[in-house]
Design a protein around this ligand. Structure first.
Ligand code: ATP
Ligand code: RIB
Length: 295
């Protein structure tokens, strides 16, 4: 029987403009291309895990509006279990994304309904959390809710993955509930205060209570540090990147699928590297996430 992957997190509608360069504060840059599509770190990770072969349930909170309806209809079409999606009177989340010619992005999120996903909501789905094998969390819903979900999962023996994005202050208690953390280069420095060697960053996260650590390094790849064995650098694939939006989300969803299939952390990171190298070659978030056959 396939292992159950539960993703709890944000659902957004992304509005992306790609232009030659990022506007400086106060500047207008003319001549960009516009695309609109489903996004949000939670949703992207759920979609990645599903498209790559996982048995996925996604819990998020969306508004009672057209963006929310479209988003949930999309997750249904993917074959994701949406039976525990919640609704709020606030507007569904929206992200405004600017991408430059180097594929770098700047994102501003209006969380709306995502901010309404409360610890009480998490308590109401405690049985779903306990029945999962893997729980994937990010930081686009209230931190207290992330904490509650991680605690319930950890106590039930579920493998808990935190993608700590976007970076924000975290309660010390949270780290003791995590099985794996996947910060990027900036997030790990903010969390640990360590700016030097990767091994020192890993050691700092271990001291905080996490066992497995993967630090993603964009086009350089990822530093994979399983508890109890040697750390290694898994290089990224050399590709023509046009938009890196959702690279980290694809990495996270893919990694979890590979772990759920019995791969070890380094093998799973290689699978995730391949998947995210495809994501960066297309525009948009979910529009760029590959299917298993594409790998
Ligand atoms: P984002 O916030 O843009 O979704 P992130 O900052 O969370 O991403 P990154 O470290 O940028 O995460 O990327 C995750 C993984 O995606 C990397 O470890 C790498 O394997 C792959 N990746 C990212 N950028 C590139 C690139 N330009 N070329 C090839 N692979 C890439
Ligand atoms: O990680 C990419 C995501 O971050 C985008 O889809 C956007 O919605 C923001 O939440």
């Amino acid at each position: 029987m396939s292992k159950k992957i539960l993703v709890i997190g944000s659902s957004n509608t992304d509005m992306t403009v790609k232009s030659e360069k990022m506007p400086a504060p106060g500047e207008t840059v003319l001549g960009g291309e516009f695309i609109m599509g489903p996004g949000g770190k939670g949703a992207n990770q759920a979609v990645a895990a599903r498209r790559l072969g996982g048995d996925v349930c996604f819990i998020c909170k969306v508004g009672r509006d057209i963006f929310g309806d479209n988003a949930v209809a999309g997750y249904d079409r993917e074959g994701i279990d949406t039976s525990h999606v919640l609704r709020s009177d606030k507007a569904s989340g929206v992200a405004l994304i600017l991408v430059d010619k180097n594929a770098e992005n700047s994102i501003s999120v209006a969380p709306g309904a995502n901010n309404d996903l409360t610890p009480e909501d998490i308590d109401s789905v405690a049985d779903v959390i306990k029945a999962s094998d893997y729980l994937i969390l990010q930081l686009e819903i209230p931190v207290e809710s992330v904490l509650r979900a991680a605690q319930i999962a950890h106590e039930a023996g579920v493998y808990v993955i935190l993608n700590p994005a976007p970076a924000c202050p975290l309660p010390a208690e949270l780290f003791s509930y995590l099985s794996l953390i996947t910060p990027n280069a900036g997030e790990v420095e903010l969390m640990t205060g360590v700016t030097g060697e990767l091994d020192d960053k890993v050691a700092a996260l271990r001291k905080m209570g996490v066992s497995d650590v993967i630090i993603t390094l964009g086009s350089r790849g990822s530093y994979v540090a399983p508890s109890g064995s040697e750390a290694e650098l898994v290089p990224a694939l050399k590709v023509n990147a046009v938009d890196t939006t959702a690279a980290g989300d694809t990495f996270c969803g893919a990694l979890c699928v590979a772990l759920s299939e019995g791969k070890d952390l380094a093998e799973a990171a290689r699978f995730a590297t391949k998947a995210s190298s495809l994501t960066v070659q297309k525009m948009g978030a979910q529009s760029s996430i590959p299917y298993r056959k594409d790998l």
